[in-house]
Design a protein around this ligand. Structure first.
Ligand code: ADE
Length: 228
């Protein structure tokens, strides 16, 4: 699966892609990630990409033409990508959207805005708008990386063990059960006896109950959403 990003800061994508699961998936040829610089599509000798807002007000607005030209350029070379604008006004990214996006082929073109905003008319030339949460970042680069990571790990073969996908948080509309590893006692806190029992059926039931309890306490909204 291909991930493309249009950004003023392609360098921001280097180190996050160089380590861990995403790096291994790129190495294995399961995914590719390409950061396309927006700057060359800027206007005039300064390659300007932003301008003052019509109607006044503080801050700058990203102009429509450079972004549209960059989108056309990438789509010309890689037809069929789903165009996604990263914006706090988009649909909130959750595990079910990540699952949907993981099925898109050949892949995604994520557009990372900067500054206070982008010209409203860009909205008409994207397929989807996605937010990573109800807070405002200075740009869409980190949201694009979050989206890539959330989607890439759902692609078959990217994670070593497909079971870890179905068991983990949100896979089953609950948070995860608590995990323990060695030592059996740490600062006076013991590993729950049942996990040392070797009784796999009881361990499974205990984990399910813990996951449900924890979800009820911390994120009851997830249970309501799961039923709805
Ligand atoms: N750009 C700035 N903040 C954002 C957010 N929360 N989600 C997606 N894109 C953004």
């Amino acid at each position: 699966m291909e991930f493309h990003v249009i950004t003023l800061f392609p360098g921001m994508f280097e180190s996050p892609l160089a380590a861990g699961m995403v790096a291994r998936a790129i190495e294995a040829g399961l995914i590719s990630v390409t950061a396309h610089p927006l700057r060359p599509f800027g206007l005039g000798s300064y390659r300007q990409v932003d301008d003052a807002p019509y109607g006044g007000g503080s801050g700058m607005v990203m102009r429509a033409e450079p972004i549209a030209a960059a989108i056309d350029d990438v789509m010309g070379q890689h037809p069929g990508l789903m165009r996604i604008l990263m914006t706090p006004q988009g649909e909130p990214l959750d595990q079910s959207i990540a699952r949907e996006l993981a099925r898109v082929r050949p892949g995604l073109l994520l557009i990372a805005g900067r500054y206070e905003g982008i010209d409203e008319r860009i909205r008409s030339i994207v397929d989807r708008e996605i937010s990573i949460g109800d807070y405002v970042l200075s740009g869409g680069e980190l949201p694009a990386m979050v989206t890539i990571e959330a989607v890439a790990r759902l692609i078959p073969g990217v994670l070593g063990n497909p079971e870890s996908l179905t068991e983990e948080s949100f896979g089953a509309d609950t948070l995860e059960y608590p995990h323990y590893t060695r030592p059996e006692e740490f600062r006076g806190m013991r590993v729950p006896e049942i996990l040392l029992s070797g009784d796999h059926a009881r361990i499974r039931a205990w984990r399910e109950a813990q996951a449900l309890d924890r979800t009820r306490q911390r994120r009851p909204d997830l249970l309501r959403r799961g039923r709805g």
